[in-house]
Design a protein around this ligand. Sequence first.
Ligand SMILES: [Fe+2]
Ligand SMILES: [Fe+2]
Length: 308
Amino acid sequence: MAISQTIGSPISGYEDRMTRIAVLADIHGNLPAFEAVLNDLAGVAVDEIILAGDLVGRGPQGSAVVRRARELGLQSVRGNHEDYLLSFRRREVPVEWLEAEEWSCSRWMAAELDQNDIEFIDSFPFTTSPSTAPTVKIFHGSPSSYNEGLGPWTEEATVRKYLVESHGEVLVCGHTHRPAQWDFEEGLAVNVGSVGLPFNADTRAQYAILSQQQSGWSVEPRFVSYDRELVFAAYESSGFLEHGGATAVLLQHEVATARPFLVPFLKWAEITQRLPVMASLEPFLAYFDPSLSMADQYKRLDKLRAEL
Ligand SMILES: [Fe+2]
Ligand SMILES: [Fe+2]
């Protein structure tokens, strides 16, 4: 159900715009980042706020984020982390995932959701459009899969194809945790980045406002500072750090640096034939250089694989 809402009053320069849509993706159980973005939106009137999935997973406050979204009547598309935690709740995962240390964080995050949260996230569709802007097509990853992230590495022809196939003027997505934009004659494609867990070395909460004017659509990426100490406090007080194993520690590093730690850890563990558990954390952190790009991380990991 799409709920149209206006938060705040128009600020100077916005009055002539026809429609404004805020799209927020990848909140990942980070309530302080979500609240900071909602506060930011209080100063900029928008017609609708739409969530682009991954409200939950990879963070300690999935239930609180889902509850807040539900209270505000926000709609979301389905992210891979909604489905991932639903699978854990339903025990539709390999049996060892229900017991082994390396999945302790996922089990904790799935257990933290209450029945209302579960029903709400299970209602998310694969794609949606704002009721006030049906030519805006929103997906979590891409029109092909919620696991496919669109970024600078994506072939231009692929983005153009998705624009044509989605029959819209604007294609909006998240999932990569890195904002990006493409402006083609077929339309505008936007990756809005991540509210709760950005990977572009900018620790601020990130989202985008799309504005429709006479000349067409434009995108305003937004970057919102917030108190990350509140997140780290939630990591402690919720039991997430205590019960989430190596994953929770690595996610805390991700919030602190806005760089990916978890996926490189899993790759490194596979290459070095270690279990991705707490005992492997120290040697991984001694090896890992978070300042490298993901492409360079993979090159370095390939070199390590060749050496072993
Ligand atoms: Fe995500
Ligand atoms: Fe995702």
